[in-house]
Write a protein that binds this ligand. Structure first.
Ligand code: 6DK
Ligand code: ZN
Length: 370
């Protein structure tokens, strides 16, 4: 069986307003801009590259469908859900929760379609109609906590899919691995006291949310040890990600032995991203994807679902995503990363001492997972 793929035209309609870090504000001389960081074109361009490269023909289309209210409420509280629905009816839409994450009128529907896309991908993988799946959803979800959205995220798509897998599909143990460059605070908080969902986040240290995701945040009670954070100093690239996955993320998954792995897949640790300062190239993302595919084969019959999170270079995100989906499908389109000549000379290939030290600081966490 093949690789499932979720995309919906409406993911390209997410209205993120007109601000740089929205909203624009004349009193602060924050000028309106036609292409804000979270503009949906970046994700639509990834979808179009998957199509134009011919890769789409090798994927099994999975229809997203709207997540139900019940699906959302497995993770979020009613007040958050009701507020999003209410603000979505406002003439110009509302905000996910932090005042910097606007969504347009009717935006609750696209958010439910994004959660529904993650659910549909997880269901197809668990039911076995596909081997693995890529849910190219939008808006993203990994910052959304039980009672609030933030950082462009309304509902926590990956956490909703994990809860659906457990409570509806009967999956016992789910691991969430988050390589978006920002901290996966949403799933961490949602599953903070639980040992049936392992949450591993690899992120640029102190990037967003502020002060979130230090190596010392490990969960509480039953959940102690089941939140794993690997904060990386700025400037790292392919080498430190390869090392972090090989020496911490993969051993953590081996120790946990999940029945399903859900990855929160962002491309904002890339060399060309405006919202962070890491230097991963498309071949670095390929390496991450290959390590994840191998460990999924080893521990859970290959059951791996990737759920799209961030990525803000409209130039480079498509090539990073293409290489990841090619690996998942075991297909090469023969098209190279067109930016490789530019990004290949800038570093990130050698593991520096301070980068190694950051990863090594997280390695002992693995021994508390069972
Ligand atoms: N915001 C994401 O990529 C979202 O993780 C990242 C959101 C980054 C916001 C960056 C930032 C501020 C700072 C100060 C004041 C207000 C807002 F969720 C994903 F889309 F995946 O620095
Ligand atoms: Zn991010």
């Amino acid at each position: 069986t093949g690789t499932g793929y979720v995309w919906d035209t409406q993911y390209g309609w997410v209205d993120t307003g007109t601000g740089g870090l929205s909203p624009a504000d004349a009193t602060k001389l924050l000028q309106p801009i036609a292409h804000p960081f979270a503009h949906p074109d970046t994700k639509r361009r990834l979808h179009e590259l998957i199509s134009a490269s011919g890769l789409l023909k090798h994927l099994e289309p999975i229809e997203a469908g709207l997540a139900s209210e019940e699906d959302i409420l497995r993770v979020h509280d009613r007040a958050h859900f009701d507020r999003i629905v209410a603000e979505s009816a406002w003439p110009k839409g509302g905000d996910a929760g932090d005042g910097h994450s606007p969504f347009g009128k009717g935006g609750h529907q696209i958010a439910m379609l994004a959660a529904g896309g993650a659910i549909a991908a997880a269901r197809a993988v668990v039911e076995g109609s596909v081997k693995n799946a890529y849910a190219l959803v939008n808006p993203p979800g990994h910052h959304a906590e039980r009672d609030r959205g933030m950082g462009f995220c309304i509902f926590n798509n990956a956490a909703i899919a994990a809860s659906y897998a457990r409570e509806v599909l009967g999956v016992q143990k789910v691991a969430i691995v988050d390589w978006d460059v920002h901290h996966g605070n949403g799933a961490e908080r949602i599953f903070w006291k639980r040992s049936d969902v392992l949450n591993v986040s690899v992120h640029q240290e102190n990037c967003f949310p502020a002060y979130s995701g230090p190596v010392t945040s490990r969960g509480e009670g039953e959940g102690f040890g089941y939140s794993v954070n690997i904060p990386l100093p700025p400037g790292g690239g392919n080498a430190v990600y390869e090392y972090a996955f090989r020496t911490v993320v993969i051993p953590a998954l081996r120790a946990f032995q999940p029945d399903l792995i859900i990855a929160a897949s962002g491309y904002d640790a890339s060399m060309m991203d405006p919202l962070a300062r890491m230097m991963v190239r498309s071949d670095g993302y390929e390496n991450i994807a290959q390590q994840m595919l191998d460990v999924a084969d080893e521990v859970c019959g290959g059951r791996l679902v990737l759920v799209q999170e961030g990525g803000y270079s409209p130039y480079y995100v498509p090539f990073c995503g293409l290489k990841v989906v090619e690996r998942m499908a075991g297909v090469s389109t023969g098209f190279d990363d067109a930016y490789f000549p530019i990004v290949s000379t800038k570093g990130g290939d050698v593991l520096l001492d301070h980068e190694k030290a950051a990863v090594d600081a997280a390695a002992p966490l693995v021994s508390d997972i069972r």
